[in-house]
Design a protein around this ligand. Structure first.
Ligand code: SF4
Ligand code: SF4
Length: 392
C-alpha cells in the first residue's frame, strides 16, 4: 500500500530522510545537549519525539497503521516549540508535517479533542478562542485612554487574543510606551484572532475569513508597520499570511522587541537613561526565537537599561525550553502544560533572578501560574512592562 494522503515533495523527502538518530529531542553542544522536546519529556521514548512522529507519518502514509484517536493524542502533546527543527541536522519541516497529519486526522473522521473543538467553534463564532461572556475586545484599554488611538497612523498595534482578554497589562504597557514617546498609532476593537489556533488544529481551511478581515482592517488604517506583542501572531502574519492571502502583505510586521530596538537605534527610546536595579533573566518564547529568529533584540533592550544584571539561562536562544504554553497544549493537557511551566520557572529562579522576563503573553501567563504554584516571590513580566515601568 502507499499514498494514503497527499503530501508535497518537500515533506515527502523530509519524512524519508529521518535517520531515527533522536537528536531532535536534545539541545546542541553549547547547551550541553540538555533535553528540550516537551513531548519526549512526557513520553520518555522515541515515539514521543519528532523522529518518532516522522516514522509514524511514514507508517500512516504507507497504510501500515491507520489514523486514530491515539495518533491524535500523541500529536497534540507537541507544543510546536520548534526545538526539533533547530536540532535535527537533516530536516527542518517537522512542524509542517505534524500540521499536515492533524489535517489528515480530521479528513479521516477523527474528531478533535473536545476542548480543541470548543476553541475552533469559539473562533468561528466569536473570533477569539475564549469561551463564556467576554468584555468588548478593546476593554483592555481604559475608556478615557481610547482617544489616544488614531484611526489613521503609520503604526498599527495588533493586540492579539491573549493580551486583549487575559494579559491585558502587556497591551496597556505597550500603548503607554507609544504614548510616552509621542508615537501616533492605531489599533482596533474589530481585530479578530490571527488564526493560529485553527492552523495548529489542522483547520487551515477555516482561516480565510480571519486573515482577510485582519489584513483589510490594517490596510484601512493606512499603516506601513504593524507591531505585535504576541510572537505567535507576528509569526503567523510573517510566515503564513502571504501564503494564505496569495500576495505579499502591504505592511512591515515587527514584534514589539524588534520595534523597541529600532526606536532605540533611532534615539527615540533612550534605554540607557533608564534604571532598574534587578537581576533578571529572559525566557526566549519559542515562536519569537526559533519561530522568527529574534534573539538579540530582547537582550539588547535588557543590556542597555542601567542597573540590570542580566543572567542568561543554559537553555536559551535556539536551545530555549518551551514554557508549555504553545500548540494548544494548555487546553488539551493542562497538567502537562503546567509541569513544563513549573520546570521553566524553577530553572529561571535557580539562577538567582529577581525578575523572570519574557516577550509573549502566553509565556507570561503560563510562567506566572507556575510561579504562583511554586510559591516563588519572583515577579514574571513582559519586556514591554519592564520598559514602560522604567520609562518616565
Ligand atoms: S527528526 Fe531529525 S533529529 Fe529527529 S530522529 Fe529524525 S533525523 Fe534524527
Ligand atoms: S516542536 Fe517541540 S514538542 Fe514538538 S516534537 Fe518538536 S521539540 Fe518536541
Amino acid at each position: 500500500m502507499g499514498n494514503q494522503f497527499n503530501i508535497d515533495e518537500n515533506l515527502y523527502t523530509a519524512m524519508h530522510k529521518c535517520t531515527r538518530c533522536g537528536q531532535c529531542s536534545y539541545g546542541g553542544e553549547e547547551a550541553e545537549f540538555v533535553s528540550l522536546c516537551p513531548m519526549y519529556l512526557k513520553g520518555k521514548f522515541f515515539t514521543y519525539s519528532a523522529g518518532g512522529v516522522m516514522q509514524m507519518a511514514r507508517a500512516l502514509y504507507e497504510g501500515k497503521i491507520g489514523f486514530s484517536e491515539s495518533v491524535r493524542d500523541l500529536l497534540y502533546l507537541c507544543t510546536t516549540c520548534g526545538a526539533c527543527e533547530v536540532n535535527c541536522g537533516v530536516i527542518e519541516s517537522q512542524i509542517d508535517l505534524f500540521t499536515l497529519l492533524k489535517k489528515e486526522l480530521l479528513q479521516n473522521g477523527i474528531p478533535l479533542q473536545e476542548p480543541h473543538q470548543m476553541v475552533v467553534e469559539n473562533i468561528l463564532s466569536k473570533k477569539t478562542p475564549y469561551a463564556g461572556r467576554l468584555p468588548a475586545r478593546d476593554e483592555w484599554l481604559a475608556k478615557e485612554k481610547r482617544g489616544k488611538i488614531a484611526s489613521q497612523a503609520e503604526i498599527f498595534y495588533f493586540v492579539g487574543c491573549v493580551s486583549s482578554y487575559r494579559e491585558t497589562e502587556i497591551a496597556g504597557a505597550f500603548v503607554s510606551i507609544l504614548d510616552k514617546l509621542g508615537i501616533p498609532f492605531s489599533a482596533s476593537g474589530e481585530e479578530w484572532c490571527c488564526g493560529a489556533p485553527l492552523y495548529f488544529c489542522g483547520h487551515e481551511d477555516k482561516v480565510h475569513d480571519l486573515v482577510t478581515h485582519n489584513v483589510e482592517l490594517i490596510e484601512k488604517s493606512g499603516a506601513s508597520t504593524v507591531v505585535f506583542t504576541c510572537p505567535t501572531c507576528s509569526m503567523i502574519f510573517k510566515k503564513y499570511y502571504p501564503q494564505w492571502m496569495k500576495r505579499e502583505l502591504p505592511f512591515e510586521v515587527l514584534h514589539a522587541t524588534e520595534f523597541m530596538e529600532k526606536l532605540q537605534q533611532k534615539g527615540t527610546l533612550k534605554l540607557d537613561t533608564m534604571h532598574v536595579e534587578k537581576t533578571v533573566t529572559y525566557h526566549d518564547p519559542c515562536h519569537l526565537g526559533r519561530g522568527q529568529d529574534i534573539y538579540e533584540a530582547p537582550r539588547e533592550i535588557l543590556n542597555r537599561i542601567k542597573g540590570i544584571e542580566f543572567k542568561d539561562l543554559t537553555r536559551s536562544r535556539e536551545n530555549s525550553f518551551c514554557c508549555g504554553g504553545g500548540g494548544l497544549v494548555p487546553i488539551g493537557f493542562p497538567d502537562f502544560s503546567l509541569d513544563l511551566a513549573r520546570e521553566r520557572a524553577s530553572e529561571m529562579k535557580s539562577i538567582g533572578a529577581e525578575l523572570l522576563l519574557s516577550a509573549c503573553p502566553a509565556c507570561k501567563e503560563n510562567l506566572k501560574i507556575a510561579a504562583q504554584k511554586l510559591k516563588l516571590r519572583t515577579k514574571v513580566l513582559d519586556i514591554a512592562e519592564l520598559v514602560d515601568n522604567a520609562l518616565k
